[in-house]
Write a protein that binds this ligand. Structure first.
Ligand SMILES: O=C(CO)COP(=O)(O)O
Length: 250
């Protein structure tokens, strides 16, 4: 069932970053130019910086993405951005269904699925996020809840399209706590099995990223777990040296 998948290391800057962040982007770009890496690299800055970061990385193997999009093509959606706007700004990926949006903006699995469909139709790779709260983890239902969430949030896609999944236990985000390798192994295997059941061969090739306090110090161990095909990195993606430490652990 397992096949060789090039890992994806994606940085989610969240609501962080300013003009000074370009120095960090330049450092990553230099590292990528000078070294061979065994990973696809994506930076997801805030929407206001997406175009500038895309331009800064235009000569680099690193790609960019947005942190969210609307499911509609255009219209009266104050404050939102469409997939076409992401593309125009140079973005090739979009994070959808991050727990900070599910919790903070009441985004449902249906909302996330609609955004992922819009992304796929617009030629952008959706990174569909899932993850359980501490309460759910302690209740022993984490696997059931996450599998249900991811299957309900992922739309069908063609062989020409790509869809990425990210498992981010909410209690590990920004807390310095990471799931144990055994828990990550169990969860990623369950997600893989569910994706294969739902999508067949396509499901075996979907990248499943782990996110939640990934740092240079724990990256090698986490990325070495079966069915962990990369990382979705928050805080550590803001500092080039830390982000590079994770990229080079892949
Ligand atoms: O939410 C995350 C990435 O999307 C993880 O954030 P941290 O790496 O800061 O825990």
């Amino acid at each position: 069932m397992t096949q060789k998948i090039t890992p994806l290391i994606a940085g989610n800057w969240k609501m962080n970053g300013d003009a000074g962040s370009f120095l960090e982007v330049e450092v990553i770009k230099d590292h990528l130019a000078a070294n061979e890496v065994n990973a696809e690299v994506v930076i997801c800055p805030p929407a206001t910086l997406l175009h500038r970061v895309s331009v800064a990385l235009s000569e680099s193997v690193a790609k960019t993405g947005a942190q969210n999009c609307h499911s509609a093509a255009s219209g009266a959606y104050t404050g939102d951005i469409s997939v076409a706007m992401v593309t125009e700004a140079g973005g090739e990926f979009v994070i959808v269904g991050h727990s900070e949006r599910r919790d903070g903006y009441n985004e449902s699995n249906e909302d996330v699925r609609a955004k992922a469909i819009a992304a796929l139709e617009g030629g952008v790779v959706p990174i569909v996020c899932c993850g359980e709260s501490l309460e759910v983890r302690e209740s022993g239902k984490a696997i059931d809840v996450v599998v249900e969430q991811i299957i309900a949030s992922c739309p069908d896609f063609t062989n020409e399209q790509e869809l990425v999944v990210a498992y981010e236990p909410i209690w590990a985000i920004g807390t310095g706590k990471t799931a144990s390798s055994a828990d990550v192994d169990e969860m990623h295997n369950a997600i893989r099995a569910a994706l294969v059941k739902r999508f067949g061969e396509q499901g075996a090739a979907i990248k499943i990223l782990y996110g939640g306090s990934v740092k240079p110090a724990n990256a090698k161990e986490l990325l070495g777990v079966e069915n962990v095909n990369g990382a979705l990195v928050g805080g550590a993606s803001l500092k080039a040296d830390d982000f590079w430490g994770i990229i080079s652990a892949a």
